[in-house]
Design a binder for this molecule. Structure first.
Ligand SMILES: *Cc1c(COP(=O)(O)O)cnc(C)c1O
Length: 383
């Protein structure tokens, strides 16, 4: 028998979630599949929606080439554009779209000799303060790109810092800065010749789900495609309107991370388990050992030393993590699950256990959990 740690990837759920994202936001949607589709497998996810996706977004040329070389023909946007001038010929040859987020990129783009003009997403920094042109530089950056022989088309884009906090005023402010800046562009240059609409893109998943005022003709859903609701992460601390519960039920988890119980022992009250002996039994405790650890991407800090531990499901019944997560194994409490046995199926996250709940216990976000999954077998279905 091989090691039973498995990431089941349901591509039909990914396709379903893409359709939900499209329904919730007007216009077209770039499926964000950077970082190997948040750990789910970029090529498999891309193929699952290739017939219907308006395009894909990845972080860099290397990620895009992997898709092109496998025959993916949909538009692909490089979210950080290029890092060096030498990438440009390959970007042109592979028909990739680029984000231009900084003066140095703009200079290189305009000075290069290109075989064909490029489709550019010009990034405005409306308050995230990570990359993008400041509002005061944006109008001149646009003027330099607009109608330049190296530029086929310009889409205006920005990114939100706090769209997952529904009670924060920052997102509204960012939308206002975006609109004010766009309004300063010469009106005659704002309309697309074909459909007479402004080509723009603001919304990530959290904005698609929580901020209808951030709609534009392109959206960029990422985490919601994998079935983790980005607004859910802050639910318990804030009295936020629970508008999104409906959508939460509509999103289906794509990854189910499972393994099996490989050892069981009962320890007496007062005895401890695992590295650091951080769990001491307050009653006689039946302990199950699961073949999954931090080398598989399960977060080591999911056993809160002073706080709650991550939930776990054993044969469909809820229990929790105990003791410290080690590299290849972790412990679960089976005291109240007398039927659990060697070989019992354990869900670390997926259908019963949300990745958000595990992430919360570990002080992180579902994005990081997904990206970290490795070494386990990947089993795909629903493609
Ligand atoms: C990663 C990324 C997204 C997707 O964000 P989610 O929160 O996963 O929906 C959208 N836009 C940009 C610029 C990104 O870098």
């Amino acid at each position: 028998m091989s090691r039973p740690a498995i990431a089941h990837i349901r591509l039909d759920a990914f396709r379903h979630n893409y359709r939900v994202a499209k329904q919730m936001h007007t216009g077209s949607a770039l499926a964000v599949i950077k970082a190997n589709a948040y750990g789910h497998g970029a090529l498999q996810c891309a193929k699952a929606v290739a017939n219907e996706a308006d395009g894909f977004a990845v972080a860099c040329l290397e990620e895009a080439l992997q898709l092109r070389q496998a025959g993916i023909k949909n538009p692909i946007l490089l979210l950080e554009g290029f890092f060096e001038a030498i990438e440009l010929p390959e970007i042109v040859a592979n028909d990739l779209w680029i984000v231009v987020h900084a003066e140095w990129q703009l200079n290189i783009l305009l000075e290069s000799k290109l075989a064909k003009p490029l489709h550019v997403w010009l990034k405005l920094d409306t308050g995230m303060h990570r990359v993008g042109f400041s509002p005061s530089d944006y109008v001149s950056a646009f003027a330099r790109l607009n109608q330049h022989k190296n530029v086929a088309k310009i889409v205006h884009m920005s990114h939100f810092a706090n769209a997952d906090y529904l009670s924060s005023g920052h997102t509204k402010q960012q939308v206002a800065v975006f609109q004010q800046t766009i309004n300063q562009l010469p009106r005659s240059q704002l309309t697309d010749a074909d459909n007479h609409s402004l080509e723009a893109s603001l919304a990530n998943s959290a904005a698609i789900l929580g901020w209808p005022q951030a709609q534009a003709n392109w959206s960029r859903p990422g985490i919601m495609l994998y079935g983790a609701h980005p607004l859910d992460a802050h639910l318990q601390n804030q009295a936020e309107p629970k508008l999104y519960f409906k959508e939460q039920q509509m999103l289906l988890p794509v990854m189910q991370l499972t393994s099996k119980i490989i050892s069981i022992r009962t320890i007496n009250k007062g005895e401890s388990i695992g590295y650091g002996s951080i769990f001491t039994a307050e009653r006689d405790t039946r302990v199950g050992v699961v073949a999954c650890g931090y080398a598989d991407g399960y977060p080591r800090l999911a056993t809160g030393e002073n706080k709650i531990s991550a939930p776990v499901a054993v044969d469909g019944k809820l229990t929790q993590l105990i003791g410290r997560v080690s590299m290849d194994m972790l412990f679960v409490d089976l005291t109240d699950l007398p039927t659990a046995a060697i070989g019992s199926q354990v869900e670390l996250w997926g259908d019963q256990i949300s990745a958000n709940a595990v992430a919360k216990a570990a002080g992180t976000i579902a994005y990081e959990l997904f990206c970290n999954v490795k070494r386990v077998q990947f089993c795909y279905s629903g493609g």
